[in-house]
Design a protein around this ligand. Structure first.
Ligand code: 4AD
Ligand code: MG
Length: 460
C-alpha cells in the first residue's frame, strides 16, 4: 500500500482512519504502556508523532527502535491532546523496515557544518539540510515560473564546449586522449586527435549559446550547471555551480538591471511565501536577522551607481582594505560587502566597469574606457549577479577579439551572429547557490549544494 506524505496529513482538517506513513525515526520516548515515536519522511520539516501502545504485537521490538531506523506505520490520524502538535498518529501496526545500529552518526545533538560535510551522504537527513534542499527545490521551480509567466523560452545550452566565455582561462579540460602518452605536434598536445578534434572543456557559462537563441526567440534563459577551475578556496566559490542566465534581444543595460531587480524580489518573495516552516528554521537558528534582510531586499529600491562612483566612495571611506582600491582595479568581496552592508545597507547595482577587467563580449561605452557591464551586490554575499549589454557591432567586436589575442576563427559563429540581423541585447548570470546562501543565511556555499566540488575535494 502506498503511504501518505506527512506534509499532507498535517494539513488535514479532520481525523482520518486507515492512514499509512513511511519514514525514519527521529526520536523515541517511552511512557507507561506507550511509546511516542517522532517520524520524519522528508516531505516537510515537521515530524509525525506516532503513538504505539503496548497492545501492538511487536511492542517489545518497538521499544528498541533507534534514531534513523526506517518504519511503516498504519493507524488513525487523531487530534493530539499533547502540546506542540495538532495531529498524531495512533498506530494499529508498526513495521520495522530497517533497524539502524547505534553507530549512526546523526544522533539527537546538533552537529557542526564542518562535521556534516564529511558525511554529505547522510546530512540531508538532518532538519537543517533537509530544509536547505527543500528550499533549493522550490527555488528552482520559482525560476522557471518567473520566466514562463513573462514569456521567456528555456534553452538547454551545452555543457561541453570549445570556447571560453569569460576568457578567464578557468577551464576544466575534457579529453579522451591517453594521458600517459599524449600525442604531440610541434611540442604541443595534438587535439586534432582528440574526441572532438579540438581542445574541449566544461562550460563556464551558457551565455554565448543563449545569445544565439535570444537573437532568434527574443527572450530566453538557461539554467544549468557551470564549471570553473578557480583555485580559490573561499566560502563563496565552488568548482561546479548552477547559473541562471536570461538573455533578451532588443534590450540594453538598463533593461538587464531592471530585470535583475524584479527577479531577485520575486524569488525572495516566493520563498518567503512558499517555504514558511523551513525558512523559520534558518531565521531561528542560523541568522537572527534573516527575515529583516529578506524584507529589506523586497522593499528597497536597489541603489544604482557607476563603478567610478563606487571607487570614489571606497577611496574616501577611511576603511583599511586588504586589496587596494582605484580606477582600473576590480572590486574584491571586501569592497562589495562594504558598499552593500555598511554604506548603502541594501542591494546595490554597479555599472560601467573598466573594459580591461571585463570579458570580450561586453559592449564598449562611448568613453572607450568602460563597458556596459553590471554587478548586483547583496548584503552578506557581495556579488550575486554579473551581466552586461553585449557588443552587437561586428567591427568593434572583431577589433576587441584581436586586441585580446582571441582567435576570430574560434569565435566565427559568435561573430557571424552580428553580421546577420544584429540587434542590441543584454543579459546576466545569477549564481544559484549564492542566492540560496542569501535566502537561508547559510555562510558557506558548500552547505547549500548537495555534493560540493572544491579544490582537492571530490568525494561523494
Ligand atoms: O559574473 P559571472 O562570471 O558572469 C558570467 O558568467 C556571465 N557570462 C553571465 C551572463 O552575463 N550571462 O558569473 C555570474 C554569477 C556570479 O555573479 C556569481 O553569483 C556566480 O555566477 N559565480 C559563482 N558561484 C559559485 N561559485 C563560483 N566559482 C562562481 N563564479 C561565479
Ligand atoms: Mg562576475
Amino acid at each position: 500500500m502506498k503511504q501518505t506524505r506527512i506534509l499532507h496529513l498535517l494539513q488535514s482538517n479532520r481525523p482520518v482512519d486507515n492512514v499509512i506513513i513511511k519514514g525514519w525515526v527521529r526520536t523515541r520516548r517511552d511512557a507507561k504502556g506507550f511509546s511516542f515515536i517522532e517520524v520524519n519522511d522528508g516531505s516537510c520539516l515537521k515530524n509525525m508523532q506516532v503513538i504505539a501502545d503496548s497492545s501492538l504485537v511487536n511492542y517489545k521490538e518497538i521499544t528498541k527502535l533507534s534514531t534513523g531506523s526506517a518504519v511503516a506505520v498504519t493507524g488513525s490520524l487523531m487530534e493530539s491532546p499533547g502540546k506542540g502538535q495538532k495531529w498524531e498518529l495512533k498506530a494499529d501496526g508498526l513495521e520495522i523496515l530497517s533497524l539502524t545500529p547505534d553507530t549512526f552518526p546523526l544522533q539527537k545533538k546538533r552537529h557542526s557544518d564542518e562535521f556534516l560535510r564529511t558525511i554529505a551522504h547522510l546530512r540531508p537527513r538532518t532538519n537543517k539540510y533537509s530544509a536547505v534542499f527543500r528550499i533549493r527545490s522550490e527555488l528552482s521551480f520559482a525560476i522557471h515560473k518567473f520566466f514562463k509567466d513573462r514569456g521567456f523560452k528555456y534553452i538547454h545550452t551545452p555543457v561541453l564546449t570549445a570556447s571560453d566565455c569569460e576568457g578567464a582561462g578557468e577551464l576544466f579540460k575534457v579529453t579522451t586522449l591517453d594521458l600517459d602518452s599524449v600525442p604531440k605536434k610541434d611540442g604541443k598536445t595534438d587535439f586534432s586527435l582528440d574526441f572532438f578534434g579540438a581542445a574541449t572543456s566544461l562550460t563556464v557559462s551558457g551565455q554565448l549559446s543563449a545569445e544565439m537563441f535570444a537573437l532568434a526567440l527574443g527572450d530566453v534563459y538557461t539554467f544549468g550547471p557551470t564549471f570553473r577551475a578557480e583555485n580559490s578556496n573561499t566560502s563563496r566559490h565552488v568548482a561546479e555551480f548552477w547559473m541562471v542566465e536570461p538573455e533578451m534581444a532588443f534590450s540594453d543595460l538598463n533593461d538587464a538591471m531592471d530585470l535583475s531587480e524584479e527577479f531577485l524580489k520575486y524569488l525572495t518573495g516566493y520563498v518567503m511565501d512558499e517555504c514558511v516552516d523551513d525558512l523559520e528554521l534558518f531565521a531561528k537558528y542560523v541568522d537572527k536577522n534573516l527575515m529583516k534582510t529578506l524584507e529589506g531586499l523586497i522593499t528597497s529600491d536597489f541603489t544604482r551607481l557607476s563603478y567610478k562612483e563606487a571607487m570614489e566612495i571606497l577611496s574616501k571611506s577611511g576603511q583599511t582594505f586588504e586589496f587596494e582600491v582605484g580606477f582600473g582595479k576590480d572590486l574584491q568581496s571586501e569592497h562589495e560587502r562594504y558598499l552593500t552592508e555598511h554604506y548603502f545597507k541594501k542591494p546595490v547595482i554597479i555599472y560601467d566597469y573598466p573594459k580591461n577587467i571585463r570579458p570580450f563580449y561586453m559592449r564598449i561605452n562611448d568613453d572607450n574606457k568602460t563597458v556596459a557591464a553590471m554587478d548586483v551586490l547583496v548584503p552578506n554575499i557581495g556579488e550575486i549577479i554579473g551581466g552586461s549589454q553585449r557588443e552587437e557591432r561586428i567591427n568593434v567586436l572583431e577589433a576587441r577579439l584581436d586586441k585580446l589575442g582571441l582567435s576570430k576563427k574560434d569565435y566565427w559563429w559568435y561573430v557571424e551572429s552580428r553580421r546577420y540581423g544584429s540587434a542590441y541585447h543584454s543579459g546576466f548570470g545569477l549564481g544559484f547557490e549564492r542566492l540560496l546562501m542569501f535566502l537561508t543565511g547559510v555562510t558557506n556555499i558548500r552547505d547549500v549544494i548537495p555534493f560540493p566540488r572544491t579544490p582537492s575535494s571530490i568525494s561523494f
